[in-house]
Design a protein around this ligand. Sequence first.
Ligand code: KG4
Ligand code: ZN
Length: 359
Amino acid sequence: MAKTNSEGRDKSLPYSDIIRERVEKMQIKILGIETSCDETAAAVVNCDGVVLSNVIYSQIDIHKIYGGVVPEIAARNHIAKIDHVVATALSDAGVALSHIDAIAVTYGPGLVGALLTGLNFAKALAYSANLPLIAVNHLEGHIASAYLENVDFRPPFVALIASGGHSHLVHVKDYGKYEVLGKTADDAAGEAFDKVARTLGLPYPGGVEIDRLAKLGNPHAIPFPRPKADAGLDFSFSGLKSAVLNYLNAAKMKGEDINPADVAASFQEAVVDILTQKAIKSCQATNSTRLAVVGGVACNSQLKASLQQACQREGVHLHIPKPIFCTDNAAMIAMAAHVYHRQGKFAALSLNAVPSLEL
Ligand code: KG4
Ligand code: ZN
């Protein structure tokens, strides 16, 4: 008879083999924790990408009055909410901590105080429950959102990550194998949406407000600049943002009225053109027939329409996760961690936050 320890594990097998065996026999469940910015989130996801719970406490209303996320306030609110959010994620999933196989946590990139809250909570929970800890890169989490409740979507593919903090084009060659094809040299796409929205007097976060207002405007009213078609796969949104600000300032100086809906629609059209053009270019450069668009900006209605049209023309299969999986959430963190769990790649309890972590 095989030797087992108090947890019933066969000690004659290396730990990775034990995990593989368990994966084959049962549904591994990972608890994910995400606190890199202004969402306190926890979720339970099984190895087939089934989301058993997905709890998100958004601090948007708290930060709205400041026109953006205040790091210190974000960290304090994570501390106040994390315990309840994690307990709710477990109860919504109908599981106890003893049914969980690993705890996954975002360790970067993000706001250091915010990251440390989730990280310390995850480490304490892993230690007390004797569970493995898995370190997840937030960007990798966004990429893994493409697998949630979508078991057929798998590498290789191109991922466009467009969020408040990041604009990346990534060739996902295999699970956990990434080649960054391009990224932003300055503002992220979502950041540009938020800044332009603020100058139009719209509340934070501005992306959804611009999306709404743009439906009432003419996207061809103002010819905001686009980068040259022969430019590489990197992004730059600061020139476009400055062009919008200059347009608004010039109109103000001349005492001319502006049409906010036309400004929103023309700005959005420029961002959508840039994102669509570079995403398609990336598919062509890597011979990819699949494109996943993730991150908060993937919720943009005009971007979806433009990508659908371009992908159909190019014969590329487009996948945009449900909006709740596009904006920051912990289900994507748990999903990304399943790959590491399968490989037996666990983090030490000395794991620290890395605010400027790269993919
Ligand atoms: O992925 P996310 O929740 O957080 C980060 O990792 O940054 O993305 C938030 C960003 C914000 O900048 C927000 O304005 C933008 O996503 N966003 C949108 C839309 N919904 C959210 N941008 C354009 N159109 C939308 N419908
Ligand atoms: Zn994010």
